[in-house]
Design a protein around this ligand. Structure first.
Ligand code: GUN
Ligand code: FE
Length: 433
């Protein structure tokens, strides 16, 4: 395959602590993979290559949103006076139940994927609903969009309203059918098990899902110790488990080889710490959602110091905004609040949060998240971040983008070395059958 070169200022994080900045950089891409990164002149190398020069543009890895609720797209920014349980009962369960209708699902999911791509999120782990057909539709839309994703149907068979709850056996049968029908459809989009959270899942359901995890080597995506009330309720429902995490361990849900993704992890106990490390899990920090509907802040710096992996998530509709770049800023902001109120706590810095949003999230999907040989060229080009009469450094431009920029600053998006245009994707998705 022919070689393409993209020229600009490259910024990425090779380690958790530091931004790597390469000015006047040539990123050499073949078959979607970065094969060389050259600072300065090419000195005659790659003479046949097609070069695209982005001038002052900044080339960064594309973002990963590792915890997002696809059906809650339309709820973003509403019901924000509630805490978790009121919000679920008053807004979320009634709204999610509308996804019984696949025409509704098509309209909402097409807009969602369009907006995610527009905001530079090219890899994601999505929560869905209990409805087989809408979940199947979303899965096929994800494949059509070109994005990398983990998705399938969610499971909930108790402590849910009667208009939005599953029969245990039917939930297990539908899930197994979903896996069989979707596991080999795509290299980029894969099924994962999604029990909503421990309080809405019976032991029988979780044990059945555990068997599927082992049989099909599947990962799990769920909420973990998200609020004090949730952790206490889980403990009451599963009295033989030391805490939330052990429920998934004991029911076999950590036996598959797929990724183990736990959202929020605001109140981890020693049990969660052991499990998160032992099973190489990724915790997902969702600072907007944490501020909106739950009470507490993930002890992220403590967890990082103990070698636990943390990615970022929008958790829309608990979170109100899709751009993961804003979650980078919010991660730093709320860690400062935590340090202010708990002086022993050490705040996070920008590079830490950028690493979570690109590398830790990206590596769930393969060699994704760095601008480095061997990694997929899944990247964004940023521009128009300077004011007239005052010049920022490229690092400052990136920071400004995360704090105050928006999708207008993302001028190009690439997946596997190919440019992806949100409008073209939207047109295709609106007509998918
Ligand atoms: N816990 C159970 N369901 C949900 C949900 O939809 N969003 C969040 N943030 N937490 C949950
Ligand atoms: Fe969530």
């Amino acid at each position: 395959m022919s070689v393409r070169i993209f020229k600009g200022t490259v910024i990425y994080t090779d380690t958790l602590d530091k931004l790597t900045v390469i000015n006047n950089c040539h990123v050499v891409v073949q078959d979607g993979i970065i094969i060389d990164v050259i600072e300065g002149d090419l000195n005659g190398r790659y003479p046949e290559a097609d070069i695209t020069d982005y001038g002052n543009g900044i080339i960064i890895p594309a973002f990963t949103d590792l915890h997002m609720h696809a059906p809650q797209f339309v709820e973003r920014g509403v019901g924000m006076d509630c805490l978790l349980f009121d919000w679920l009962n008053n807004y979320t369960f009634p709204q999610e139940s509308m996804f019984k209708d696949t025409d509704y699902a098509r309209i909402i999911y097409a807009q969602l994927l369009y907006e995610m791509i527009k905001h530079g999120t090219l890899h994601t782990a999505l929560f869905t609903t209990i409805h087989y057909d809408s979940c199947d539709l979303l899965f096929r839309m994800l494949i059509e969009s070109g994005m990398y994703a983990y998705s399938s149907k969610i499971n909930m068979d108790q402590n849910s309203p009667e208009f939005y709850v599953e029969d245990t056996q039917k939930s297990l049968e539908d899930t197994e059918r979903f896996i069989i029908e979707h596991k080999d459809l795509s290299d980029h989009v894969k099924p994962i098990l999604i029990p909503r959270f421990a309080p809405t899942c019976s032991r029988e359901l979780l044990t059945g899902l555990g068997k599927l995890a082992e049989k099909y080597d599947l990962g799990i995506h769920t909420h973990l110790v998200e609020s004090k009330a949730e952790a206490a309720w889980s403990k009451e429902l599963f009295p033989d488990c030391a805490s939330d995490g052990e429920i998934y361990e004991k029911t076999g849900l950590l036996k598959g080889k797929g990724p183990k993704i736990f959202a929020h992890v605001i109140f981890p106990t020693e049990t969660e710490e052991r499990i998160l490390k032992q099973y190489d899990c990724v915790s997902v920090h969702c600072p907007d959602s944490t501020s909106n509907i739950t009470a507490g802040i993930m002890p992220a710096s403590v967890m990082l110091n103990k070698d636990m992996k943390i990615a970022l998530g929008s958790d829309v509709g608990g979170g109100h905004f899709l751009g993961i770049y804003r979650q980078i800023a919010r991660t730093v902001q709320i860690s400062k609040m935590k340090e202010f109120y708990e002086p022993d706590y050490k705040r996070l810095v920008f590079a830490n949060a950028f690493y979570m949003a690109t590398v830790t999230g990206g590596e769930v999907f393969g060699k994704i998240g760095k601008i480095k040989p061997g990694y997929q060229f899944n990247a964004l080009v940023l521009d128009n971040l300077q004011d007239e009469g005052y010049t920022l450094t490229p690092e400052e431009c990136l920071e400004r983008f995360c704090y105050g920029g928006d999708d207008r600053n993302i001028v190009h998006r690439f997946i596997d070395g190919k440019e992806i245009d949100p409008q073209t994707v939207l047109k295709k998705l609106k007509t998918i059958g």
